[in-house]
Design a protein around this ligand. Structure first.
Ligand SMILES: [Zn+2]
Length: 428
């Protein structure tokens, strides 16, 4: 997408400086004082490095365009709305200067550019291109048929069944009239999916990075992902805090939120203030998803949780696993997205890293290794450790149950049945 104005340029440069500092020699101190394990620290560096490279390319592309009018490959001009923006930069005009030429305010140009000229009138659009000396060439394709256009739009081949249709209807995600023919439902949902895909960084919904060993139903997965993207986009975007990949100082605070009775609800606002969108989206039939991490087209990380298990330990572990994907795989897999069923064994380095990240961000490794609570049969030791860490006992009980592979113990500590009711509007 690239950088399209001076303000973004300045902020990209300062972010790049921050990333470079985080990769520099002083950063060793941070890794020593942070509680993350060595493997995870390596993945962190890689993610920061990838983000620094991406920013560097954006900055260079903008500078090149500004200095020589040469459009580098970062600017794919497949959008009419981008043309006047790129034309303005190449002519070295500021938004104010272009505004002056058109007799409109600088703010008006800012508004045009922020929605990629979606709201401009055709006559003004032509006038702007004329001022900037941008020529539009068009020609009619020789091969054309009316069926072409609509079939191409509906990319995903959807396989719907009654269970899926009734779940979608129950959640009221898409209006599907009762008794609708499967064919029509399939068309409506295909449009829903392909339109939603536009909101994601890679503009497609695909099944890369799926952690689930059961055969997962592609249709259910695509519709679920589409719903996550829609829900994220429905939040006000203006004043969205920019996510800062360097900063991890808030992790311990988030873990401590778990000790509050309404911690899961508060986590949403807490993460929003740090530039991460957290959505609760129930899973659909034919998928056994716990959560997912993905990236919106503007680079905002999105985490979605299904609350498939109505338990606090599962909420916090899944949330931290997905945060692991955000902090470790930003620009390194997050654009394509991760979709998780955490009951299945981890099947890749990314999954292993996200698991390790979640474990050590919730309970520091050193404390866990030496704690007697780990081998305890009594809930008291667990409660005591939880209290000293300031976290919910469910997190510790959940970890013990998993380590001992015994899901009958410490039932009283894991907050069974207490989670979904906090998000009752999502579970009608
Ligand atoms: Zn994962």
């Amino acid at each position: 997408m690239g950088i399209l104005n001076q303000r973004d340029y300045r902020s990209a440069k300062s972010r790049l400086a921050q990333l470079q500092a985080a990769l520099g020699p002083d950063a060793v101190v941070e890794s020593l004082t942070s509680k993350l394990s060595a493997e995870v620290t390596a993945a962190r560096r890689q993610a920061i490095y990838a983000e620094a490279n991406r920013l560097k390319e954006d900055i260079e592309g903008y500078e090149k365009l500004q200095s020589s009018g040469v459009i580098s490959k970062e600017f794919a001009i497949d959008e009419l709305g981008l043309l006047p923006i790129i034309g303005r930069i190449a002519r070295r005009l500021s938004q104010r200067e272009l505004g002056d030429l058109l007799d409109v305010s600088e703010q008006q140009i800012q508004r045009y550019e922020s929605d990629r000229y979606a709201s401009v009138s055709l006559s003004r659009y032509k006038k702007i291109l004329e001022i900037l000396g941008v020529d539009l060439h068009s020609k009619l394709k020789s091969a054309w048929s009316t069926s072409n256009a609509s079939e191409k739009d509906i990319q995903p081949k959807l396989e719907l069944d009654g269970a899926l249709i009734s779940a979608i209807r129950k959640h009221n995600w898409v209006a599907l009239p009762k008794g609708i023919a499967p064919n029509s439902a399939s068309q409506i949902l295909a449009t829903y999916v392909s339109e939603s895909a536009e909101f994601s960084r890679e503009r497609t919904l695909h099944r890369r990075h799926v952690r689930e060993d059961e055969l997962i139903n592609d249709t259910a997965l695509a519709i679920w992902q589409a719903r996550v993207l829609r829900q994220s986009m429905s939040q006000p975007q203006k004043h969205r805090t920019k996510f800062n990949i360097v900063d991890t100082s808030w992790l311990a605070k988030l873990a401590k939120l778990s000790s509050q009775p309404d911690g899961p609800v508060r986590a949403i606002e807490f993460l929003r203030e740090r530039g991460i969108v957290l959505e609760i989206v129930p899973h659909l039939p034919h998928t056994q998803l716990d959560g997912a991490a993905m990236m919106l087209s503007d680079g905002t990380p999105v985490i979605a949780l299904t609350l498939r298990y109505d338990r606090l330990d599962s909420f916090w572990f899944t949330l931290f696993h997905e945060i692991g994907h955000v902090l470790l795989h930003f620009n390194h897999g997050l654009e394509a997205g991760f979709v998780d069923n955490l009951d299945t064994p981890n099947n890749s380095a990314e999954e292993r890293d996200a698991d390790l990240f979640a474990l050590s961000a919730l309970i520091p490794d050193g404390i866990w290794e030496t704690s007697p609570a780990r081998f305890s049969k009594s809930p008291d030791l667990i409660r005591k450790l939880a209290e000293s860490l300031g976290i919910n006992p469910a997190i510790i009980a959940g970890r013990i149950r998993k380590e001992r592979n015994d899901y009958k113990i410490f039932n009283e500590l894991i907050g069974n049945g207490s989670l979904r009711s906090m998000f009752a509007d999502r579970f009608i």
